[in-house]
Design a protein around this ligand. Sequence first.
Ligand SMILES: NC(=O)c1ccc[n+]([C@@H]2O[C@H](COP(=O)([O-])OP(=O)(O)OC[C@H]3O[C@@H](n4cnc5c(N)ncnc54)[C@H](O)[C@@H]3O)[C@@H](O)[C@H]2O)c1
Length: 704
Amino acid sequence: MTDTVRILMCPPHHYDVDYVINPWMEGNIHRSSRERAEQQWNQLYEVLTGLAAVELVSPEKGWPDMVFAANAGLVLGDRVVLSRFLHPERQGEEPYFQAWFEANGFTVHTLPKSLPFEGAGDALFDRAGGWLWAGYGFRSELDSHPYLADWLDVEVLSLRLVDQRFYHLDTCFCPLTDGYLMYYPPAFDAYSNRLIELRVPAEKRIAIDEIDAINFACNTVNVDRTVVVNQASDALKEALNERGFTVEETPLTEFLKAGGAAKCLTLKVTEPRRDTPKVSTIQSRVIHLEGHLLDSGLVNRALDTIITGGGSFQVLNFDLGKQRQDTSMAEVKVSAPDQTVMDDIMGQLIDLGAVSLPREVAPAALAPVVQAGVAPDDFYVTTIYPTEVLVGNSWIKVEGQRMDGAIAITRAASNGSDQGPVARCKLLRDLQVGEDVVVGSKGIHTLRTAPSLKKKTDDFSFMGAGVSSERRVELVVEQIAWDLRRIRDRGGKVVVTAGPVVIHTGGSEHLKSLIQGGYVHALLGGNAIAVHDIEQAMMGTSLGMDMKRGVSVQGGHRHHLKAINTIRRYGSIANAVEKGVLTSGVMYECVKNNIPFSLAGSIRDDGPLPDTQMNLIEAQADYARLIEGADLILMLSSMLHSIGVGNMTPAGVKMVCVDINPAVVTKLSDRGSVESTGVVTDVGLFLSLLVQQLSKLTGQYTYI
Ligand SMILES: NC(=O)c1ccc[n+]([C@@H]2O[C@H](COP(=O)([O-])OP(=O)(O)OC[C@H]3O[C@@H](n4cnc5c(N)ncnc54)[C@H](O)[C@@H]3O)[C@@H](O)[C@H]2O)c1
């Protein structure tokens, strides 16, 4: 027996499953046998008295879970941090455990009442390094961890639990003598698994499987080289034996019904102090959210973002507003286990429009570009939303907003004098040595409601975000027709992106009508839309199918190559029109009506047509130029080009995506832009309905 180890236990005289506060308790209310529980507890007690000095705290009637003494508090040396239970069902245990610690000479630290921390159930010392592994996610709050570091003078490494079955750290994680670690990796998020792997060398890690995990193999009492456990598989026993551990199994099935086993039933009250630096890497920031937080689901999204990003939150203030039109306001304290996780979470919260509180606002951090076309690490990735950055003392608006870029800060000069900093959204490849780039998440603010959107509210008032089912198609078409007419009449700009399906589905007649009617101000596509349009114009087929009769034409599969060859002979589509070779079709209408078009190349292109831009960087630049100033982008059945265009379009531009595949339109809507509408339907049918609707609206417009 090792004299130096003292273990606290609480006899199970009042133990029962009286309520449900974890998944193990479900279906087990009053299903445990007191007699068997007493017998299993006594057997564990016998085993442990052979290994350590076991002391007892008196059980109290009405507090059945007191038997799980691990949750009394966390001991180090002569100090203890008393538990603050999350669930009221256990909060009544606190004074009894406090009395025991005080009576036994411990200095007791108590956390604020609103800050849950469940003792050694959620905090375990590494047996070699001496640092503290502290769990959060279900019972203990991340914000309790800095207190542990401070009061116990210890380094704290925070681990996030993600599987409800393993609601306490000691249900899935067990540091063992000599720095070994037995644990169940799927119970942790990716960041925590990385942290574990960084701290514990591979040869010391014993990752257990799910069967051992649900038998609570990690809920082990380890004294020197003995591990006392409810049950372990042969493979696990062998793995432990190989590393010099003896496994003692003692059944604790009655306690499993309440979600506990050997470790939960014990608390080591001799934890020798080691020399580790007092460190906690936990970061906190307070953010402010304002808007229609409940209606738009924004507050839920923000809180989910914090949790799924590996942080935790505390809502400090929430003001719901009084009238229907009032906006709500929330102040939320965000905590994260370290700066990297905080930056990731803040980056996403900024995208949702969150701002730091004025007292916490700090200028944006900048780092220089040292290699052309390569951003510094941790660069802030831009979104579609208008963004401002705090440089020095002033907020400056980012120019050229688009998603997936970096923010470069340069100084503007005029007549030799410095005009101050300029922030510009740049693609990585365009970054130049000497420019500063915004890194991290401080001093950045995005506006979820673009000013341009406010301006256009009446134009689009009945086009909310969403994906239309077949049932709604006609209604949506009416709305789009209304908007197209309004935009055209006030001299606005509509850009169409289109794939070859427009031609195959008989939509070219309708697209031509839209161009002739002045509803299209730029056309974006690939090689295929032009090839198949020209094939149809010259030979009456599209992909070899006779478009009038709907049957395939003998040798028709060669038609599109012949069309390409003809245009190549004339050097460009415009030349072919000028020479009278191309006399109808969508591309013909573009040339005749001076509608600029851009055809971006792809790996599957035949030919290509001389107009197809095979240099993709040039093609992207060309698209971006044509999109500039657009009020509405109509995306017609081209996943490739619709998504490409979506990525380079700032917030405030309406997008209507028509595709037969709901996944494509959902992808566009998922940019988070309230201005995108998805229409799931056949593109030929959509165009035909749109043209019909426009002719009804204008009266003078002829439906062809
Ligand atoms: N011969 C050629 O040169 C040739 C031929 C085909 C494609 N391409 C090139 O390949 C690239 C990708 O082509 P893409 O944009 O056609 O393909 P894509 O797969 O990106 O998009 C086609 C979209 O059309 C949708 N669709 C299919 N039938 C539909 C219908 N009846 N109504 C509405 N939507 C429908 C699909 O769900 C899909 O999302 C482009 O650059 C294109 O120019 C070249």
